[in-house]
Each structure stands twice: as C-alpha cells, then as structure tokens.
Design a protein around this ligand. Structure first.
Ligand code: ZN
Ligand code: ZN
Length: 381
C-alpha cells in the first residue's frame, strides 16, 4: 500500500454525496413535513425487492459465479431490474467480483480488501483511483458472449438514469406525488439498498461466524442476509462459490436461493449447482477440529480429552478417505453403470452412510466443545 492516496474519482464522490444527502437528509425532512403517499412507499418497496433480488440472483450468482443457467427471459429481467441498483454494468461487476474471490483480503489485488480498512471495503474503493479498482475484462470472456450482458453494458448509463429518475418521476406523475416518489422510491431506496450491498464487502468480512473456512475474513451473518436477499452467509459463499445457495439450511433467509429454485421448477433456470453435502460437512468438521485443538492447547486440558480428540480425528480421516474411494469407484463405473437402478441405489446408500458418519461425529465434537466450556474445563482438569 502506498503512503500517498490516489486521486479522488470526482464523479463518484459527487454522486455518493448527492444520493446520500437526498436519501438520508432530504427524504426524511420531506417525509416529516409533507409526508409520502402510500404509492411512494409501495413503489420504493417493490423496486427495492426486485432490484436487490436481481443483484443477488443475477449479477452475483448467475453471471459472476455461473451457479446455474437461465433462459433469456429470466436473464433479461435480471439485467433490467439489476440496473435499478446502480452498481455498474453486469460485465464490470462480475469482472471485479471474480478478482475479489480469487484474491480475497489481498491488499494488492482484492478490489475491496477489508485488510485495507472497513471504509475502503464499504465504499472507499470506489471513491479513489486505486490500482486494485481497475477493471480487467479478461476476467469475463464467457459474459462477452451473452448478448443481454453486452446490451446492458452498452446502454448502461442512459438506462440507469431513465430507470432511477424517469420511472419514479413517471410514477409520481401518475399518482400526483412527483417529488415524494423521486425522494422515496428514487433516492432513499437507492441509497439504502446500496449501503446494504456494500455491507457484504465490509460487515460480512468483519462480523459473524466462520464455520466453513477460516483462511479468509468472510463471515456468515444472518442479519446481513435479511437485507441483501440472502447474501449474508458469506463464509459459506467464499468456501463454496459455485453453489447457487448461500444460506444452506432451510431456515436460513435466502430469497436468492428460493427464486433460483422456483425458476427451475417453471423451466426458466437449469443446471443448479450444489456442493455435495459430504464436502460441506467435511469443511465444518475441519473447523471444529481446529477450534478444539486450539482450546486444548490453550487450556492444558486433561490428557483424556486430547486422546479422545485424536481418536475422533483418526476416524474423520478414515471417513474422508473412504468417501474419496467411493467417489473414485463411481467415476470408474461410468455413466452406464449409473443407469442400473441397483448400482445407483447402492452408491447412494454408501454415500449416505458416510454422510451420516460425519453428521454423528459433528454432534460428538459439538458435545465435546460444550464440555470444554470454561466451567466444564475446570472440572475436567
Ligand atoms: Zn461471490
Ligand atoms: Zn467477499
């Protein structure tokens, strides 16, 4: 990192100051003194939902990570509504995002590394001519072949102003509340939704649990998921970026995942990628082992605990290598064998068996962790 900061991107600074002043100062003053119509609230909510979901399911999971394939009507809708979010064209967004994943946390390469500062990861990376913010279109050769992506890229700026100013103004004219509509459904909705998305780069790399991978700063945070249509499960996402889901468990709030799944039922999406649950459990257990090892090392716990943990780890390694050999066997058997119902079921049972082993081991390790809480530890030692 150089001592002298690069020069400001004046247009971006003016834009952010204007939108935030309009959204967070002018809009509340107008709301308190004049008041907003119900139509303005409704438009703000609808635009916020459809544009946010388009960033999550479109910009992010479809175009940046290719976690599924979408038919053109769906791609068109995602590109159109995503333009409301004013987060740049799909092509630019995806190019930077792929670099973020490859070089996460690296201050020299990650476009918005949290290691530089919280502010830098949140917005600072867009307000100066940082070298890391430069766009490399070689990152997105696949997207250059998507006519909808290229069309959105070319028409981006006229489209942005038409949608963000023109649509609220037209809706305001129709409902007799032009200024209120522009301030609420335009500025306030835009400023708020931008900060929510920026939180994924700042807060979701600072605050939350790291259950799947502790080698980077990405964290799972259910609160951020609530306002970003499911993107708060960022530790899982950085660990398994090819997965169309971010919130893995059924109760995790992930409307992005639900939209993609629902689209696949009606034929708009296909080839949804899921990480095998064995791999997910394996990652979780690996973290549990690390945590337990650390705790035992710090607390000089009784040797019996250490022996128990070693036995567990031995078993874990055996299960993993068994899984790998079943996997290899299945690959060797080839697609033909998988057409045979008995063979297919036989493989499935063996995989399920191994998954179950990991699940049970996870429970034992969780119990061990609870027993090793400070009070229990005092008893054990
Ligand atoms: Zn991502
Ligand atoms: Zn990230």
């Amino acid at each position: 990192m150089s001592e002298r900061k690069p020069p400001l991107v004046v247009s971006n600074v003016i834009f952010f100051v204007a939108v935030n002043l309009l959204g967070f100062v002018a809009a509340p003053i107008y709301g308190l003194t004049v008041g907003f119509s119900g139509w303005a609230w409704l438009a703000a909510a609808v635009i916020w939902i459809v544009s946010g979901l388009s960033i999550t399911a479109g910009y992010h999971r479809l175009w940046s990570h290719r976690t599924y394939r979408a038919a053109w009507p769906m791609r068109l809708a995602l590109a159109f509504f995503g333009t409301f979010s004013l987060q740049n064209s799909i092509l630019i967004w995806a190019a930077r995002h792929r670099v973020h994943h490859r070089h996460v946390d690296d201050v020299e390469r990650d476009p918005h590394s949290i290691k530089q500062s919280f502010w830098h990861a949140h917005m600072g990376w867009m307000t100066r001519h940082w070298k890391t913010s430069e766009i490399n279109f070689d990152e997105v050769p696949d997207l250059k072949k998507d006519p909808i992506v290229m069309w959105q890229h070319k028409l981006y700026w006229p489209a942005v102003w038409t949608l963000n100013l023109g649509v609220p103004a037209a809706l305001g004219w129709l409902t007799g509340d032009v200024l209120g509509m522009i301030l609420l459904a335009g500025a306030f909705r835009l400023a708020l939704s931008q900060h929510f998305t920026f939180f994924i780069n700042s807060l979701a790399h600072t605050w939350g649990r790291r259950s799947y991978n502790q080698e980077n700063t990405a964290r799972d945070n259910g609160l951020i998921a609530l306002v970003t249509w499911g993107e708060g499960y960022h530790n899982f996402h950085h660990a398994f970026q090819a997965d169309y889901r971010n919130g893995l468990r059924w109760w995790d709030f992930d409307p992005g995942k639900w939209l993609i799944a629902a689209s696949s039922w009606v034929g708009l999406a296909r080839d949804l990628k899921r990480t095998p649950s064995f791999k997910i459990q394996r990652a979780r257990l690996q973290i549990r082992f690390q945590e337990l090892e650390q705790r035992l090392a710090e607390d000089q716990a009784a040797p019996t605990w250490r022996e128990a943990l070693e036995r567990e780890y031995q078993q874990f390694r055996e299960t993993v290598s068994l899984w790998q050999s079943v996997q290899a066997e299945r690959v060797q058997a080839g697609a033909d064998a998988m057409r045979d119902r008995w063979r297919k079921t036989e493989f499935r049972t063996r995989f399920k068996d191994l998954e179950y082993r990991l699940k049970m081991q996870g429970r034992r390790l969780a119990a061990m962790q609870r027993s090793l809480q400070p009070a229990g530890l005092a008893g054990a030692a």
